[in-house]
Structure formats: C-alpha cells, structure tokens
Design a protein around this ligand. Structure first.
Ligand SMILES: NC(=O)c1ccc[n+]([C@@H]2O[C@H](COP(=O)([O-])OP(=O)(O)OC[C@H]3O[C@@H](n4cnc5c(N)ncnc54)[C@H](O)[C@@H]3O)[C@@H](O)[C@H]2O)c1
Length: 321
C-alpha cells in the first residue's frame, strides 16, 4: 500500500483516479479547491480543501501527508474557458508549485498531467502532423495558452528530473478526451454534448481528432505507472487513450473531411484505429485500456434509441488495421 497525494482530486478525471487508486489498496489524500460531497468520497480517502496557489500551501500539505507519490491533476482544464493569461499563469504556476514542493519534501514519485493538445491540432492557421498515428515523438506545436501551459508542465517535470537524477522518479501523461463513468449514462461530456451526440455528429469529435479515454482506464494506467516507475527511464511522457477512435466510421474516411490535406497521411487509420498511438505505454508499462465506447455504451440499460442504433451500426466492427 502506498500513500498517494492527488491534486485536482474532485475533478472529472480526479474522482476516478482517487477511486481507482483507493480501490487498488492505496491510502489517498485528495487536494482540491472544491470539496467532493462526503457521501461520494470513497471510503478511507482523506480530503483537503485548499488553493494550491496560495503561498506555502503545497509544501504544507505535502509535509503533512508525507506521500510516497504525487499525481498532479489540478488545473484549468478547458482551453479558452478563462482569459489566456489566466490559463497560462494558473497552470504553469500550479505545475511548478506542486512539482517543486514535492521535490523539496523528497516525494519519491511525481507525476503530472499534460494533454494531447500540446501537438497543436485545431490551429486556426492550419495543422498537419508529419505522420499518423500521433505518438510521443510527434513534435509539439501548441497554439493556445492551455496547450502551451501543458507543454511547460511537461518541461517543468523534465527540468526537475534532470536536476535530481534518479533520486526521484518523474513522469507526465497526456490523457485523451476523458470520459467519466456518469458520462456513459448520458451526463454531458467536458464540451457539453452527450456521448451519443458526439458519436452521431463526427464534427463534434473532429476537433480532438476523435480521441477519448475512460477515466477508469487512466486510473489503471497511473496505478501501473507508479508500480513501474523505478524500472523505466526517468522523465518520460505517455499518451493515454482508448484503443479505438470515438467514431462510427474509420478515421481514414473521416479525417480528410475535417483535416484538409490529410488524405494520404490518414490512409492507414483503417478499421477502428485511433489517431493517437498508445504503444509506448504498452511497451514500457504493459498497460492497455480495458474500456471502449463499444463496450461501455452497449452495457448500459439507459441507452437511448439514437445511441443504440449507433452501437449496432458501429459496434460490430472489431477490425484492426
Ligand atoms: N478532461 C480531459 O479530457 C483532459 C484531457 C487532457 C488533459 N486533462 C488534464 O487532466 C487534469 C484533470 O482534468 P479534469 O478534466 O479532471 O479537470 P477538472 O476541471 O474537472 O478538474 C480540475 C480540478 O483542479 C482543481 N483546481 C484548479 N485550480 C486549483 C487550485 N489552485 N488549487 C486546488 N485545486 C485546483 C479544480 O477545483 C478541479 O476540481 C488537468 O490537468 C487537465 O488539464 C484533462
């Protein structure tokens, strides 16, 4: 059993990470500006309500909790949901405050959340990658304050890894569009649409290149990463996504409609292949996502007619590229 401090533990992703790591037998301290109502907190989880940007707060909480690991999720998580300078300052300062305090206290394992948006897709000036699938070697080209703040969070993590050597283990991860358990039941996703709506209208998932991941699979990834951090190179960054795309048609067909000029680049994204590769997490950690929209939507009794039709139409295909 490890003692793990999770920042942003009340959030969309944080709630599943806290629950998953607690269920795996760890002792969790969840730190967030917002509290989760007591009845909804998994048994044994300690909740601290605090502003991690208040001077000395991160250090105080870490000295009190004395964790074996820190998972830093707290951030403004939606691009353009606040003025650009506020997003930039909040996310970069949070990452520095938490990672530096954890390093100062000597926490042995420190993980920070980044985002696939660091790659720069959706830029109004146009964007095309060197190749598909996208992976950790694809050059980042952030075009807004959120994406830049996440790239700086990765670099902050790497700076500390460089300075500390292997005395402390660091990593970053880029979760794809996070689907929390209630969203399979019909709750609105981060962008306000339901999953059925996102599947019915490819234009809604196209801006994120049809990426997604179940929040519980992210919790499983973090559990495995924590177990293996001492055995893999220090300061690594991982994409964490579903094994398929959030789309009912192959991306080889859909991508050129929404990403002009990508016909040849996306020709290999046949069957259910996603645009983002998770091969590195599989190779270094042995991690594989266990959930997909095909399994999660079909298992729900609350599925509406529209979503049922989609699952029937798209769910039968288990074709791989
Ligand atoms: N949701 C996604 O699809 C997605 C995708 C890629 C990356 N991420 C990253 O994953 C992390 C979690 O995302 P999420 O969707 O759960 O976001 P969220 O907004 O639901 O949760 C973030 C939490 O951070 C807390 N927080 C913000 N500022 C704080 C502060 N100063 N002190 C203490 N707590 C503070 C908020 O209260 C909130 O509960 C973020 O770093 C986000 O950038 C999310």
């Amino acid at each position: 059993m490890s003692r793990i401090l999770v920042t942003g533990g009340s959030g969309r992703l944080g709630r599943s990470v806290v629950a998953g790591l607690a269920q795996a037998g760890n002792h969790i301290t969840s730190v967030d500006r917002e509290a989760v109502p007591a009845g909804l907190l998994p048994p044994g989880v300690v909740q601290e309500t605090a502003d991690l940007l208040a001077p000395g707060e991160a250090l105080r909480l870490l000295r009190e909790a004395k964790p074996d690991a820190v998972i830093h999720l707290a951030a403004i998580a939606v691009p353009f949901s606040a003025p650009e300078d506020v997003i930039f300052a909040t996310n970069t300062r949070l990452a520095f405050a938490v990672i530096s305090a954890a390093t100062e206290v000597g926490v042995p394992k420190i993980i920070t959340a980044s985002s696939p948006t660091v790659l720069g897709y959706g830029s109004p000036a146009g964007w095309l990658p060197p190749s598909f699938p996208l992976d950790e070697r694809t050059p980042p080209k952030p075009w807004n304050a959120y994406a830049l703040s996440k790239l700086i969070a990765e670099q902050t993590m790497q700076m500390f890894a460089t300075a500390q050597g292997d005395r402390i283990r660091y990593a970053a991860f880029r979760p794809c569009f996070v689907i929390s358990p209630e969203e399979w039941e019909g709750a609105p996703t981060q962008q306000g649409h339901t999953l059925a709506e996102r599947l019915a209208d490819p234009a809604l998932s196209a801006p994120a290149l049809f990426n997604y991941v179940d929040a519980r699979d992210v919790a499983d990834f973090l559990d495995l990463l924590l177990q293996k951090m001492n055995e893999i190179p220090n300061g690594e960054t991982f994409f964490v996504g579903a094994a398929d795309a959030l789309a009912t048609a192959p991306l080889a067909e859909l991508m050129p409609r929404f990403l002009p000029g990508s016909e040849a680049l996306s020709a290999g994204l046949t069957g259910t292949s996603p645009a983002f590769s998770i091969a590195k997490a599989e190779e270094l950690l042995g991690w594989q996502p266990r959930r997909s929209w095909r399994t999660e939507l079909t298992s729900r009794h609350t599925l509406n007619d529209e979503a049922s039709a989609l699952v029937t139409a798209g769910g039968g295909s288990k074709e791989t590229p």
